[in-house]
Design a protein around this ligand. Structure first.
Ligand SMILES: Nc1ncnc2c1ncn2[C@@H]1O[C@H](COP(=O)(O)OP(=O)(O)OP(=O)(O)O)[C@@H](O)[C@H]1O
Length: 766
């Protein structure tokens, strides 16, 4: 059976797919106009172009050299890297230069393909050494080719032009939906930079570019005046025969074919359960089309990189989900703008963009109001504005008018119409509300079973479907198809899974998220903050009352140790267990625009580390002022030991709380798990039970047990406990043991945060 480490590669060089088993390297040869695959490196005749190699569960194509790479096309796109990762979830097509291979292909059987069109002399031409470099960058910077897109950096890529007018581009771009760091493209070919599709055109270079005679070789292109980008904005959408199966092979979408032009406003209507949300998820790349194809934008290809989808498709969730109520409208849009912009965007640019959106959505008077204090309709505008600050190309909205008063829903529909016009953005609205469909260009009606019944201008749909009103149409759609027709067996071999964004350990956006988390924590309200400080203050009082001797050697310090670590452990977990689960909708929204789970989890962990540092200080100072500390040991002063162990116990528990929050589907579930954790930490810290054998080992993952053991080791607790009481080997004195326990707490924290990142990523890509 195929495993992750044992993948086959399916190659398509024409009508038939061929399968390369993962047991060996396979070599690619060019014999004039013929392509063939060999099992050994010198399996000629012909020139060897490179080899396919399976490595760690993936397939790569290694070109033998740059000219060899340049005569090939993989999946219709140029081969610009000598080492290219291949997609093993779909057949990979290989051809020579721009020609598509024809006829069936079999290993070791020569294949007829069209010969390269360029004369050999010209084929390897490069821009001359002195050729001018054009900078592609964001509008408002000093770029030669300026792109009005917040995701484009000031110096995003550079272009040099060769004698054939081909663009040699270096920088992060997407060609055919695949990410590349460099590419060579001819006039008319399309690449995506940031989220914007750009068509290679001499026009963009300033209009005075002279294309020399190809055979005469390379000549420098004369630079002209800087001019605005002619890059396309607003994504076109083409779905062709898209089918998605759900539970028990019921169709969620059935053979959906739709075509939407750039800048159109489209409403998707249909009864509950028809498949509207499924359609949106397919467009976002969160649901795989099991049959058919989805194409976004011009020439993006069908293998759109999930990262590109995150940039190009922007989603406004239902209701207020996705907004932090304690932030002001301006803060909400400012954080959103920063998270949806290139890293080198200045504060002034962000401010400008936010001011523009506030103005266009009629929110400028409400900039300083907390989101909690504005009306439902205004919140919807803020939610739409949250995506507009990123200058979207394709905006998807889930029920933007649900729950609004009549009149307010019309205002929202009207502003979406304006949004499409001013932002040159394609807008797709899923809605149950049919009263204001006059504002849209096209209505897509979906009936039960995920079938598109009609798609066209609002006026024509009712006529085509022969219904007097939209209400009648909804009733009719709800009944279609008759029960029993809905279940279908998917054809064999179409278990296509979506290509989810891979887990990336990138910290992009962390400063913004940290700032936002600080504001959110500070705005938890005076009452909540007071309780946060009072609980450790009062509980430390109990530890003080437990023994006059404090942490001086005596049999009574067991209770003191127990209370101190319990305070630390419970305080730490209580800070975070409700946090992610409460913010899940908002954090998922950040993830959808390209922020990784790592900075999201880390921003919470770092801010709560700061809170723990203060609370551990409260506990340690209060206790030190009122009671004695143990004698010095292991080169660490007693106050340092008390503060460090209380803080690390708090932090490790804070990490465990974060993990619980990341795993829990609801707040109720998070409360249950954190209560269980609290009980375990109190009961199994070591002073209530004699923890030996397996229990003694297993409980070492509990922060309270590690913290108590570290303090017990520092105070040499085993040596003066009463003979009637048990001793625990973990409590023995010894510098190595003490520092190992401290390390154990740090490790618990690190593992908990790491596991939270994994769980969050999985949750958002499932
Ligand atoms: N996660 C899922 N797994 C499997 N099937 C699902 C899932 N979610 C929805 N479905 C099914 O897919 C079909 C379409 O559901 P979908 O949510 O797309 O409809 P909808 O038109 O958006 O409904 P509503 O207007 O109530 O949100 C329904 O039959 C539903 O039961």
């Amino acid at each position: 059976m195929e495993t992750r480490n044992d993948p086959v590669l399916v190659l398509n060089l024409g009508a038939a797919d061929i399968t390369l088993p993962a047991d060996d390297v396979h070599y690619l040869f060019q014999d004039g106009p013929l392509l063939r695959i060999g099992r050994t490196a010198d399996d000629g005749p012909g020139q060897r172009l490179g080899h396919f190699v399976p490595m760690l569960g993936r397939w790569y194509f290694h070109a033998d050299n740059v000219p060899a790479a340049r005569v090939l096309r993989i999946d219709g796109g140029p081969v610009t890297n000598v080492r290219q990762k291949l997609d093993r979830d779909r057949p990979t097509s290989i051809g020579l230069l721009s020609s598509a291979p024809t006829g069936p292909f079999h290993p070791r059987t020569p294949l007829e393909v069209e010969a390269p069109r360029l004369p050999a002399k010209i084929r390897d031409d490069k821009p001359s050494r002195g050729a001018r470099r054009y900078v592609i960058g964001r509008t408002g910077t000093h770029a030669d080719i300026s792109i009005d897109d917040p995701l484009v950096r000031a110096r995003h890529a550079t272009v040099r032009v060769d004698g054939l007018g081909r663009w040699w581009i270096s920088g992060e771009l997407y060609v055919g939906g695949v990410r590349q760091m460099s590419a060579t493209l001819s006039e008319g070919e399309v690449f995506v930079i940031g989220q914007t599709a750009v068509t290679v055109s001499a026009e963009l270079l300033g209009g005075t570019a002279r294309m020399p005679d190809p055979v005469a070789g390379v000549r420098e292109v004369v630079p002209g005046a800087r001019r605005p980008s002619t890059a396309e904005t607003g994504l076109s959408v083409r779905l062709d025969g898209v089918t998605v199966y759900g539970h028990q092979n019921r169709k969620r979408l059935d053979n959906v074919t739709i075509s939407i032009d750039p800048g159109q406003v489209v409403a998707v209507v249909g009864p509950s359960g028809a498949g509207k949300s499924s359609l949106i998820k397919v467009l976002m790349g969160e649901l795989a089309e099991q049959q058919g194809t989805v194409q976004l934008g011009p020439g993006n290809g069908l293998r759109t990189d999930p990262e590109l989808r995150r940039r190009q498709v922007r989603y406004v969730p239902q209701g207020d989900d996705g907004l932090f109520g304690t932030l002001t409208v301006r803060e909400t849009l400012t954080y959103a703008a920063r998270l949806r912009a290139a890293a080198d965007t200045s504060a002034a640019e962000v401010k400008d963009r936010v001011a523009q959106v506030l103005d266009r959505l009629g929110l400028d008077q409400l900039g300083d109001h907390p989101v909690d204090d504005i009306s439902g309709g205004q919140k919807r505008r803020v939610s739409i504005g949250t995506e507009l600050v990123g200058d979207p190309q394709l905006l998807l909205l889930d029920e933007p008018t649900s729950g609004l008063d009549p009149g307010k829903d019309r205002d929202i529909m009207r502003s979406l119409r304006e949004v499409a016009a001013t932002y040159h953005c394609t807008v797709i609205i899923v809605t149950h509300a049919t009263e204001h469909l006059g504002y849209v260009d096209k209505v897509v009606t979906i009936g039960r079973g995920g079938r598109v019944r009609d798609a066209g201008p609002p006026g024509s749909v009712l006529a085509t479907l022969r219904q007097p009103t939209w209400a009648d149409l909804m009733v009719e759609l709800d009944q279609d198809p008759k029960p029993g027709n809905q279940r279908n067996t998917p054809p064999p071999g179409i278990t296509r899974t979506r290509s989810a964004p891979p887990l990336r350990w990138k910290l992009t956006g962390l400063p913004t998220l940290l700032h936002r988390q600080l504001m959110l924590t500070a705005r938890r309200g005076r009452g909540t903050l007071a309780v946060l400080f009072l609980v450790p203050l009062i509980c430390t009082g109990l530890a003080v009352a437990a023994s006059d001797g404090g942490l001086r050697p005596s049999a009574a310090i067991g209770s003191v140790l127990s209370i101190l670590v319990t305070v630390a452990a419970l305080t730490g977990a209580s800070l975070t267990y409700p946090d992610i689960v409460n913010d899940e909708g908002k954090l998922h929204r950040d993830f959808r625009v390209g922020v990784e789970a790592l900075p999201i989890a880390l921003s919470k962990a770092l801010v709560f580390t700061g809170v723990c540092a203060v609370l551990a200080g409260v506990v340690s100072v209060e206790f030190t002022l009122l009671r004695d500390l143990p004698p010095d040991a292991y080169g660490l002063p007693p106050f340092g030991m008390l503060y460090a162990v209380v803080l690390l116990t708090m932090l490790a528990s804070m990490g465990a709380g974060l993990f619980i929050s990341a795993c829990s589907p609801s707040l109720e579930r998070a409360v249950t798990w954190s209560t269980l954790l609290a009980v375990l930490q109190v009961a199994l810290s070591g002073t209530l039970f004699h923890l030996d054998g397996v229990l003694g080992i297993v409980t070492r993952i509990l922060p309270a047990r590690l913290g108590l053991a570290a303090m017990a080791s520092y105070t040499d607790f085993n040596s003066y406990r009463g003979p009637a009481l048990y001793t625990d080997a973990l409590w023995n004195a010894g510098a190595t043991r003490f520092w190992l326990l401290v390390f154990g707490l740090v490790l618990t924290l690190a593992v908990a945060v790491w596991a939270s990142v994994l769980v969050l990523h999985r949750r958002w890509t499932r």
